[in-house]
Structure formats: C-alpha cells, structure tokens
Design a protein around this ligand. Structure first.
Ligand code: 4NP
Length: 172
C-alpha cells in the first residue's frame, strides 16, 4: 500500500460506519462485481451493517442496465447474484463515500479530473493497492468486456483477493 492509501485507511478503520464506492468505466462488469464480492465478504464476516457498498461508472453508455450477462453468469457460479443497476459517478459521490476505488489507471485519472476538491481527491485509491499473492502480478483490474471467459474469471479472482484484503485493512 502506498503511504497516501495507508493514511486514508488509518483514518477510516476505526469508524463505526464505512461507505465504499467501486468505480470502473462501464459499471456493468468490474465494479458491480466488486460491489457484490465486497457485500459477500461483509455478509460472511457478519458486519454488513457497518458498510454502505455501491458502484458506478465513469462512462454513461449503459445507465439503468443490469451487469453484463457474462459477468452475471460467472459471478453466479461463485454464488454471487449481481443486481446493481448501472449509474454514472457524480461529484456528489465524493461527499457520500469515504473511499472511492478505481479498477484501472484510466478510471483513476477520470476520477481525479472529476474530484471537486483536494480532500475529495484523497478518497481515490487503486484496487491494485489491495492485491497480494498471485494477484500482485497485476497492477490493475483488466477490462474483460472484449475478452473471453478467462477474462471474467481473472477479474473475479482479482476482486476476491482485493475485497478480502480491503475488508481486513479496514477492520484492524
Ligand atoms: P467495465 O467494462 O468498465 O468493467 O464495466 C466495460 C463495459 C462496457 C464498456 C467498456 C468497459 N463499453 O465500452 O461499453
């Protein structure tokens, strides 16, 4: 974890309630899957009441849609039912959420452009900050949209690691 992320995590880990927003480009593949995985981690740990978990996209191509059918099918095989409706990230999200997690570098740059203040920008972190083990071979969550089944499985593997590590980092 870089020092900026470390200090954001330190400032949040003792809060009674934490709100997390996952962000990708389309909000139909990676970020709704991250939202579903994080929800499932908190359910398993029995502390879901402590969390507000949501996702959004920097783009506006799929607003109102369910997640991509391929992502829903792959997630379902892991016991996750993805029911999020696609929405675009807004400036207000920087007020509503404690931490805003970008799936890749382009999502992160778009979020930095949208951040209304320096304090708001400090809430942005890369999902890869929470990678370890085999996931550390990647420095972002790759866009599966134009990929085959392996692309979707890889995303879910990376998100499984990152959401577990995010949860434990914020539950110290
Ligand atoms: P996501 O994947 O950012 O993980 O939701 C994408 C979904 C749709 C598009 C691009 C990426 N698109 O160009 O429509």
């Amino acid at each position: 974890m870089n020092p900026t992320t470390e200090s954001l995590i330190d400032s949040l880990c003792h809060k009674p309630h934490i709100s997390v927003l996952f962000v990708c480009l389309g909000n139909i593949c990676r970020s709704p899957a991250a939202e579903g995985m994080m929800q499932s981690v908190t359910d398993e740990c029995g502390d879901s009441a402590r969390w507000t978990i949501d996702s959004a996209g920097t783009g506006n191509y799929h607003i109102g849609e369910l997640p991509d059918a391929r992502m829903r099918a792959h997630a379902r095989r892991r016991g996750l039912e993805l029911t999020h409706r696609c929405r675009q990230v807004t400036e207000d999200d920087f007020d509503r959420f404690d931490i805003i997690i970008a799936m890749d570098r382009s999502n992160e740059q778009n979020l930095r452009r949208l951040a209304p203040t320096v304090e708001a920008e400090r809430k942005i972190v890369a999902m890869s900050e929470f990678f370890d083990g085999i996931a550390s071979r990647y420095d972002y969550v790759p866009d599966p949209y134009y990929e085959g089944a392996e692309g979707f499985e890889l995303v879910l593997d990376l998100l499984a690691t990152a959401t577990r590590n995010l949860h434990s980092a914020l539950t110290r």
